[in-house]
Design a protein around this ligand. Structure first.
Ligand SMILES: NC(=O)C1=CN([C@@H]2O[C@H](COP(=O)(O)OP(=O)(O)OC[C@H]3O[C@@H](n4cnc5c(N)ncnc54)[C@H](OP(=O)(O)O)[C@@H]3O)[C@@H](O)[C@H]2O)C=CC1
Ligand SMILES: CC(C)(CO)C(=O)C(=O)O
Length: 307
């Protein structure tokens, strides 16, 4: 089975890299500086689960894709703001049977993909990992979280998703074939929106936030706002299931941050509209002032970046 991973960054490099290291037939669509880094150093993963290296990953450029045969699976791991351009680049790699498996956070990309390719082609995925790239292009996995979940857009199982399970079962991540992948995307989304908003509103880690007066109650209030939007969209979370998340978001000393917050502190672009803007657009009247505040903060940051 030929797999194309679009992007070899913090997530694509991790999951695609683990698959390739396990001997799966993975090609990485890369460009510019990233292509050069990978040619010179290969894919390097620094991980609490065990470091790993692939000296000679299969790389392809958008131009070279034009003369290749379609791939069986295309894992899309760009940031949301790069998606449209990436979809133009990968058009030649998509045949009538190609499965498109995006692992972006949020939900709007699913609509974009469905509009472009139709519902049947999309097998959504979601990953729970905290990873980043360092200055040398090494992929740094910062915690032991490693989940990779995928499934049919309309739920249930299918021969094609079953066939992917052994392919995706490799050392370095925990794979789940979900009967309710949209539920899994929502679950990940409210966790991420919470984490993003907490760090963005406070300007610090979870531990730094809760060390201040009102910090813990603000973090919990943000969590409850995110969950209220998930509930308004048909994905409620009961109090028992919420308890460990409240604990995590209010844990003294926690160094937890979201990738959106880390990107903002580095001056990089952020997925403001994709993660928080789209979440707010689906609020259906739920009162969510703290999430709105975090979104405004991100939009001001974006506007200032343009100056
Ligand atoms: N990092 C994390 O911990 C997690 C991230 N996510 C989500 O996963 C998604 C990806 O994030 P992440 O992996 O962190 O992002 P990164 O920025 O680390 O990686 C994205 C990669 O996509 C590449 N890319 C973009 N457009 C193209 C293109 N047209 N052709 C080839 N490569 C391209 C970029 O390459 P270039 O250098 O050329 O721009 C970059 O290397 C986001 O939606 C994020 O929210 C989900 C869970 C955890
Ligand atoms: C940071 C984030 C959102 C990364 O997946 C996480 O910690 C989780 O999914 O629980």
């Amino acid at each position: 089975m030929r797999i194309l991973t679009v992007g070899a960054g913090a997530t694509g490099g991790y999951y695609g890299g683990r698959l390739a290291i396990a001997g799966r037939d993975v090609t990485f669509l890369v460009r510019g500086k990233r292509a050069e880094q990978l040619r010179q150093k290969g894919i390097e993963i620094v991980s609490p689960l065990g470091n790993a290296k692939l000296a000679d990953p299969k790389l392809i450029s958008a131009d070279e894709l034009k003369s290749t045969v379609p791939f069986d699976v295309v894992i899309i791991s760009t940031k949301a703001y790069s998606l449209e351009a990436a979809l133009d680049d990968i058009a030649p790699a998509i045949g009538t049977e190609t499965i498109l498996l995006p692992i972006l956070n949020g939900m709007r990309h699913i609509d974009v993909l469905v509009d472009r390719y139709g519902r049947d082609r999309i097998v959504p995925g979601t990953v729970r990992i905290v990873s980043d790239m360092d200055a040398e292009g090494r992929i740094i996995q910062m915690t032991k979280l490693d989940a990779f979940t995928y499934g049919e857009l309309d739920g249930g199982r299918s021969p094609r998703t079953e066939a992917l399970l052994p392919i995706f079962s490799v050392f370095g991540f925990t794979t789940t074939l979900s009967d309710n992948v949209i539920g899994a995307l929502w679950h990940k989304w409210w966790i991420l929106s919470t984490m993003g908003a907490v760090c963005i509103v406070s300007g610090g880690t979870v531990g730094e936030t809760v060390a201040q007066p009102y910090g813990a109650e603000t973090a919990e209030a943000i969590l409850r706002e995110s969950v209220s939007i998930a509930a308004a969209n048909g994905f409620p979370v009961d109090e028992a299931a919420l308890a460990p998340h409240i604990h995590r978001m209010t844990e003294p000393g926690s160094t937890l941050t979201s990738s959106m917050y880390r990107d903002m502190t580095k001056g990089y672009p952020v997925e403001a509209d994709h993660i928080l803007g789209d979440m707010l657009a689906r609020a259906k009247g739920a009162p969510v002032p703290l999430l709105k505040g975090a979104y405004v903060r991100l939009k001001v940051y974006e506007a200032n970046r343009q100056k």
